[in-house]
Design a protein around this ligand. Structure first.
Ligand SMILES: Cc1cc2nc3c(=O)[nH]c(=O)nc-3n(C[C@H](O)[C@H](O)[C@H](O)COP(=O)(O)OP(=O)(O)OC[C@H]3O[C@@H](n4cnc5c(N)ncnc54)[C@H](O)[C@@H]3O)c2cc1C
Length: 474
């Protein structure tokens, strides 16, 4: 029988809520034991899993624990609203996962923190294809967009939330919101003693749990709980952000996109060559500076270095990465001959594929008048255009916000976790999943995939242990 210790100064409401919780779980236990009477007959002890955090990892983990071990009492404690990040994710569409990485080795390359460790069992146990088939088999139609991002066909994150909430209800997971797990200690028998605070009262509930899954995302409180249980924390820093660039002329290009540029980040504090600080992909000019997939990827790989450089550095952009500098020069020379009588501003070499707005920026930045004829362009002017297009330098002066997605790098180190079970190596029966771990992905659905995979592995492992315990194997 599970033990709830009410504090001495417990309010009537608080105590009633304990009794109610207890009553609900007893009812669930009875109900599940009618279908699983073998468990009840073998061992009448009811076990409890408490999940800290009702985000993607916690809810998915709870559902899977209950799927494997329906007799196990599963309670999710969520301090705010459940699945709140899922709701706002991907601009309200929820980029559930990524459908372009069939090979798990390539998939792992999308995690600046975790790329080495996640090459192993993690995605083999539950990868993007498993996530997609789970949602599909639970009634959510998904689509893979050209860039690999997977969304619900409805284009609404509500489809994902409704699916998960319906499973929570159907499986009998108890989801308790507006309550925060404030402290955790380990009792002499190895159980966890949790102190749970209600949002609207000073009342503290004390609950003993047999299994604990901490899936508290990037919350400070979650890191404190992990520390209380003996884990270390890699300092959290933001990842996935845009670059602020102080350049008034660039600001006028706001909205201009480049389908393929090559960017290289140079930070004063970093002398050695770091290959991941060079990225290729689409870029977008914003009102504040630069954004788009290539910048977000760079921000993720450089998250820690940028943090220690106070988000200041130099960005070298090659606007035409598919053309060698010599080819580019010869295109400019030919263009000069062929369009000698045309004004430079009105005639940009089509091979460059540049917009007129950007071409005008290039000329202005190099101090060249667009009103002169190509015939009067000197060789040094052609060279200066060529060098700007191949190696344009921008001063990064800070970080901006990418509203569609952001994550935290840092958290519980993966070296302290067994990735094939998600169990702590420090504390038995303690599990972690999701963003609380020192794992973060680039944009494109990889962060949710970390939450689904970790939640699945932790949930099914806990379910398996509860089954073993139920039939008296442990
Ligand atoms: C605006 C935005 C958009 C995003 N879009 C995408 C996207 O489209 N695709 C993608 O892959 N990723 C996206 N991400 C990242 C993704 O949302 C996260 O990686 C993912 O939500 C992590 O899941 P989690 O369950 O680990 O943590 P969370 O979703 O953060 O859930 C943790 C939960 O724990 C609760 N909690 C914390 N401490 C306690 C406590 N002590 N007691 C009780 N409850 C507690 C919190 O309230 C929270 O609800 C986005 C992130 C943001 C901010």
């Amino acid at each position: 029988m599970r033990h709830f210790a009410a504090p001495a100064n417990d309010s009537v409401f608080g105590f009633c809520s304990i009794l109610r919780t207890f009553h609900i779980s007893t009812k669930l236990w009875r109900r599940s034991c009618t279908t699983h009477s073998i468990c009840h007959a073998t061992k009448s002890k009811e076990e409890l899993l408490v999940v800290v955090g009702g985000g993607a990892a916690g809810v998915y983990g709870a559902i899977h624990a209950k799927t494997v071990a329906p007799h196990l009492s599963v309670v999710v404690i969520e301090k705010g609203k459940p699945l709140s990040k899922v709701k706002i994710s991907g601009g309200g569409r929820c980029n559930v996962t990524n459908g372009h990485c069939v090979d798990n080795m390539i998939l792992a390359e999308n995690y600046p923190r975790g790329h080495k460790e996640l090459r192993g069992s993690f995605f083999n146990i539950h990868g993007p294809a498993d996530t997609m088939s789970w949602f599909a088999s639970h009634g959510v139609e998904l689509k893979v967009e050209d860039d690999g991002r997977v969304f619900p066909v409805s284009n609404s994150s509500s489809s994902i939330i409704d699916c998960l909430m319906s499973e929570v209800k159907q499986r009998g997971v108890s989801l308790q919101t507006r309550k925060a797990v404030a402290a955790i200690s380990i009792l002499s028998g190895g159980k966890f003693l949790l102190e749970i605070q209600q949002h609207t009262s000073v009342h503290v509930e004390r609950v003993e749990a047999d299994y604990l899954l901490i899936a508290s995302g990037s919350s400070r409180q979650g890191y404190t709980l992990a520390s209380q249980l003996g884990h270390s924390i890699v300092d959290p820093v933001p990842s996935l952000f845009t670059f602020k660039i102080e350049d008034l002329c660039l600001r006028e290009l706001s909205g201009v996109t480049f389908p393929k540029v090559k960017v290289r980040l140079k930070l004063d504090s970093v002398q050695k060559n770091i290959p991941k600080l060079t990225q290729v992909g689409p870029m977008l000019v914003t009102h504040w500076g630069l954004s788009g997939p290539v910048i977000l990827r760079l921000s993720a790989w450089g998250a820690r270095l940028l943090f220690s450089s106070s988000y200041k550095g130099k960005l070298f952009v090659d606007f035409i990465p598919d053309l060698h500098v010599e080819t580019l020069k010869s295109i400019l020379s030919h263009h000069k001959l062929q369009y000698a009588k045309q004004k430079v501003l009105n005639s940009c070499p089509p091979e460059f594929g540049l917009t007129k707005r950007f071409w005008s920026y290039v000329l202005e930045r190099q101090g060249l008048s667009g009103d002169v004829l190509w015939a009067s362009m000197s060789n040094s002017s052609l060279m200066s255009i060529g060098s700007l297009l191949k190696d344009c330098i921008f001063e990064v002066t800070g970080k901006g916000q990418f509203k569609d997605e952001f994550v935290t790098a840092g958290g519980v180190p993966l070296s302290e976790i067994s990735l094939n079970t998600m169990e702590s190596k420090v504390c038995p029966r303690l599990f972690f999943a999701g963003e609380i771990l020192n794992v973060d992905g680039v944009t494109g659905g990889f962060n949710f995939q970390n939450a689904w995979s970790g939640g699945f592995i932790a949930g099914t492992t806990i379910g398996g242990l509860a089954l073993e315990s139920c039939i008296g194997l442990k």
